[in-house]
Design a protein around this ligand. Sequence first.
Ligand SMILES: [Zn+2]
Ligand SMILES: [Zn+2]
Length: 366
Amino acid sequence: MQKNAVIFNGPEKPFSLRAFPILPPAAGQAGLTLVSSGICGTDVHIHEGFLGIPDMPLILGHEFIGKIDALGDSKAMDGLGNPLAVGDTAIACVAIPCGKCFNCRRGETASCLSFGVTYVKSVEEPPHFHGGYGEYLFSPLQNLVRLPETVNPMAAAAFPCGGPTVIRAFEYGGGTHEGELVVVQGNGSVGLFALAWAKAHGCQVAVIGSAANAERLKLTQTLQPDRFFDFRKTAPDELRKAIAEMAVELGRGDGADTVIETSGSPQAFPLGLSLLRTRGRYLVPGQYSDRGPVSIEPHLITFRALQVIGSGQYTMQDLKTYVDFLAAHPELQPIFAQMLSKYSLKEADKAFADAKAGKTIKAVFC
Ligand SMILES: [Zn+2]
Ligand SMILES: [Zn+2]
């Protein structure tokens, strides 16, 4: 039997489709058939040439959800110790923390100093299906998180990377606290998850986002932000005033408790810094590629005793927290499932073009 995969041939080059035979999984591995495989901002950056990747034909994709087709071990367990059986659905994480470096030894595996990635292997190397953009994937068992029956895989497909990314940023920042005033900068997929997460934790949430795409705006509204500001139409001074007023009304000082930057725009940073209350925290998981410098007002950090917290990865535990969050919030699952724009593998060029143009919230192959 043969199945197809989408081959990445280098920055800005068209993708191609290739078929490979399905081999039995090696010990410690599982073979999964495609349920959904998302295009992340990172993949778009790779395709644009902003993130270096070794020069060889390979299969991108780190948001794969699949059905277990074959197991390399008779008693298989996922990365969190749950038993795995053929027919189960699982999310495959691609990160391989080294386990040995200074940060890994301290338990901070999300900030491993020498991360490996499962998909950075030539497609010529058996069993070929190393990355998520294929009808099949081979994944190390320790990189899988089983989905319970109560979680719709297509709901999980909305934020398999953005979700745990937000969860880790809040975790590094000290947790998510009920009653906080949270400002989310950006209403792309990471921002929408941050909105859903903060609302579900009993926070007041203001979103500063784009109203240019009517469908995106509608989906933002379904997650019920307390306030929405169109960043194109609201001046920074107006925003500062509105956020400070919200804080005063809540009796929580002179600005937001938490601002989370998900837009990826460098210009968002000085604004976000200025929206915080004294002792507020700025979570910055969204600046994923180097889009140049901006000038900031460092005196704000000193005199307002601000905390600025970066976070660029997540752990298997964060993926588990994401899955548990979905299971605990069945009301969010149909909303999340609605966020998908679905493509076949043959439509890879169009899917990437649409994702780049901001036409989709979450483009997935399925
Ligand atoms: Zn490490
Ligand atoms: Zn990602």
